[in-house]
Design a protein around this ligand. Sequence first.
Ligand SMILES: NC(=O)c1ccc[n+]([C@@H]2O[C@H](COP(=O)([O-])OP(=O)(O)OC[C@H]3O[C@@H](n4cnc5c(N)ncnc54)[C@H](OP(=O)(O)O)[C@@H]3O)[C@@H](O)[C@H]2O)c1
Length: 253
Amino acid sequence: MEPLSGKTALVTGSGRGFGRAALLNFAKLGANVAVNYASSGSAKEAQEVVKEAKKLGARCIAVQADVSKAKEVERMVARVVKEFGGIDILVNNAGAYSRKPGRPTVELQEEEWDWLMGVNLKGAFLCTRAVAREMIKRGKGGRIVNVASIAGIIGSRSGCHYAASKSGAIGLTYSWADEFAEHGIAVNAVAPGPVRTKLMERTPEARWRVYAALTPNGKLVEVEDVAEAIVFLATAKGVNGQVLVVDNGRVKH
Ligand SMILES: NC(=O)c1ccc[n+]([C@@H]2O[C@H](COP(=O)([O-])OP(=O)(O)OC[C@H]3O[C@@H](n4cnc5c(N)ncnc54)[C@H](OP(=O)(O)O)[C@@H]3O)[C@@H](O)[C@H]2O)c1
């Protein structure tokens, strides 16, 4: 029997990037998995992930929901619970980044601030609220992993709003770790350094060289490194309220 047989993992924003890699690792461990995507433009990549997860022997569905919209989140969680009978693991991974990395705060539009906070911070709140209600009602505990960033620890010149949203994810982690402990729900966060995913495609080449030079081994981490840390936090015993930095040793936290 696989370690996660009979368990269900919902990973937000899992059509690609860290979310996809973590979800496929949950599938390899025997979990039922739910792929979430936001826009109709991402439906195809979500269906590809469903195919890959099924090839690994997992039960898998894809559910569209913009995590910044309460009604869509509630519909998504109800759909996953109906399909699999409950949710054991939630990964708050869906994320947005600066539309123009490096744009000074004095030029940042209110609309971009609201949009990014809506996805990164409110999205984690809405998904956790909906899933925690189910976990508490079911009484079997659970695990929540928030995908933060080193930007939430050391700040970022790429966008103060992004850094603030990721500091917020850490604040949510600490708060929920205390609040949900009595229900057997552990809440932790992973804080990756920069990784070349679609989210980061507007980052100038010169910036990548700077990021690499800032690590003690001169290398950036990879998608799979982050995915493995997420799976560790979603399965470890005795770990609660922690922020695990995955950045090849740049930030000592
Ligand atoms: N890459 C890095 O350097 C890095 C470093 C630290 C932390 N992170 C964090 O890691 C997480 C995953 O990012 P990634 O690098 O893997 O980027 P990615 O490959 O671009 O994936 C981002 C995912 O989030 C989804 N998403 C965006 N807005 C959404 C919304 N409103 N509702 C639901 N899903 C939404 C996207 O789906 P749609 O296409 O459907 O919108 C996509 O599947 C993010 O929280 C990011 O902030 C990334």
